[in-house]
Design a protein around this ligand. Sequence first.
Ligand SMILES: Nc1ncnc2c1ncn2[C@@H]1O[C@H](COP(=O)(O)OP(=O)(O)OP(=O)(O)O)[C@@H](O)[C@H]1O
Ligand SMILES: [Mg+2]
Length: 352
Amino acid sequence: MGLLKPKNLVGLDIGSHSIKVVDLRHHKGGFELRNFGRAQLPPEAIVDGVIMDSAVVVESIRNLIAHLRIKNRSVATSVSGHSLIIKKIQLPLMTEAELEEQIQWEAEQYIPFEIDEVNVDFEILGPLADEDGQMEVLLVAVKKDIINDYTAVIAEAGLTPLVVDVDGFAIENIFEVAYPEHLDKTVVLMDVGAGIMNINVLKAGQSTFTRDITLGGSNFTEEIQKELGVGYEEAEILKLGGQSEQATPDEVLEVLRLTTENLVLEVQRSLDFFSATSAEEEIHGIFLSGGACRVPGMAAAIEERVGVPVEILNPFRGIQYSEKQFDPDYLEAIGPTAAVAVGLALRRVDER
Ligand SMILES: Nc1ncnc2c1ncn2[C@@H]1O[C@H](COP(=O)(O)OP(=O)(O)OP(=O)(O)O)[C@@H](O)[C@H]1O
Ligand SMILES: [Mg+2]
């Protein structure tokens, strides 16, 4: 018959600190959480977005999927970091099909890598109001060897990667589902992971400014190690509010506060740059995701410095789930870390 029917995908976020898996049921009028799980990786497995120890990553994915008893082998995954280029460019008005033909050629001048080393994708944002015959296009380029590395570990774990998305876009997708009332405003989505912080300014639901900053949860751990003279494991425990004989809670909080201050300065710098380069854009709110946004005082520090309300993004807000199967408090606590994976699980592909 040749009819296409949508195929569900399992969301698989291979982060440098942990792997997250989300399985959603899609039904008329919404989504239901079927499964969620997470597996921590050793700090040297993925460094700066590059898989250093693929055997460890493969094992973790395989065990997590088996443990959760997920049967669907088809996954959507994502990449982030320095092998990824996102740029807004101007081009003469043309159709999607026309741009499809030309994009390789157009992209060449905007990308600091050889064009045959990257996969190029785009989204037409719309015609420019102040320039006749021109339109704005969001250009996305990812290094092929990074995509290959990520899809190879997924395949080796026995899964089929059908979609490779970008962390920031996955968060955008879940934000649309979880916070539809904010879609007509200018908001900032900020993901503070272990190694990298991604800032994405959305204007009326479209990405208008993005920036990656190499700061994240690992910096907090490293500072605790350095300032308080403890090892990695102990520093992680202290960071999460745990006890140790080597340091008092106040000493830990002081290190966290100073590191947060650093991070908040970078956030302010980026948002100042955004404001200076875009016309009268009032930011209505900042939504934080990523595990490290849970550092005590981070949301308040950003709110105070930037002067805009800050909220922790709850990706499960727009998603139904059984309270027998999932504890609402747990989901809320884990929410920021799960945001990318939940966004990925929204993706579907057509299947014959
Ligand atoms: N409650 C918490 N308080 C402080 N830090 C936390 C908390 N929970 C998690 N983190 C930190 O958040 C980081 C992990 O966040 P996340 O899972 O978003 O990262 P990731 O996706 O694995 O990494 P990346 O996106 O950078 O590759 C770690 O540094 C972890 O220690
Ligand atoms: Mg992440």
